[in-house]
Write a protein that binds this ligand. Structure first.
Ligand code: ADX
Length: 197
């Protein structure tokens, strides 16, 4: 998708040069999972760990993006598709800037996740499934949204009245019931830097 009569410009600084300056590769770490599965907690804990390691990072989070850039969107299938399109393009910009982007979105459809994956070279999109059974997410209910949804006060609620397509072939799966936050972060760090930084 692009506007008519437009010509893209290219920076004289390449992503490879930015990566060299940062001393690490750029990547998009895409965390998908149900509401309440622990995506945001994992995203910010991972960012903190990467920051301590001297990496340049930025977190894009569903609830945050919906305060501004995506604030006009709701939770219909069409709006979620547009949400993921916008945040995918945003993630790509930060990625091109040389950062390790950590994106935490329910992103319930495989098709939309795959569309973001296709924006960057193979290997640079790392899909992380933040795995947690619906019943546990509902028990946790950190924002009280499951309760509201059960009372019929929220429509199209993921897992209850809207679908969630769990990833099958993702790069890494983190079970947020079995692993605490720091163990989850260490698993991700091992995946990202198998030979250390
Ligand atoms: S996505 O489906 O478009 O990827 P996104 O990650 O941006 O969703 O936003 C999800 C957050 O919006 C949830 O964590 C929750 O706080 C809030 N929310 C509000 N309404 C809904 C709903 N109907 N379904 C899921 N999450 C909702």
């Amino acid at each position: 998708m692009r506007s008519e009569n437009t010509t893209p410009h290219t920076s004289s600084i390449t992503r490879a040069e930015r990566e060299k300056l940062n001393q690490h590769k750029a990547a998009i770490i895409w965390i998908t999972g149900l509401s309440g599965s622990g995506k945001s907690t994992l995203a910010y804990a991972l960012e903190q760990r990467l920051y301590q390691m001297g990496c340049r990072t930025f977190v894009l989070d569903g609830d945050n993006m919906r305060q501004g850039l995506c604030g006009d969107l709701g939770f219909s299938e069409e709006d979620r598709k547009e949400n993921i399109r916008r945040v995918g393009e945003t993630a790509k910009l930060f990625y091109e800037a040389g950062l390790i982007v950590i994106a935490a979105f329910i992103s319930p459809k495989k098709e939309e996740r795959d569309r973001v994956r296709a924006l960057v070279p193979a290997g640079d999109f790392i899909e992380v499934y933040c795995e947690c059974p619906l019943e546990i997410c509902e028990q946790r209910d950190p924002k009280g949204l499951y309760k509201k949804a059960r009372l019929g006060k929220i429509k199209n609620f993921t897992g209850l009245s809207a679908p969630y397509e769990a990833p099958v072939l993702m790069e890494i799966s983190i079970n947020s019931v079995e692993l605490n936050v720091s163990a989850s972060v260490e698993n991700l760090i091992e995946f990202l830097f198998p030979f250390g930084r």
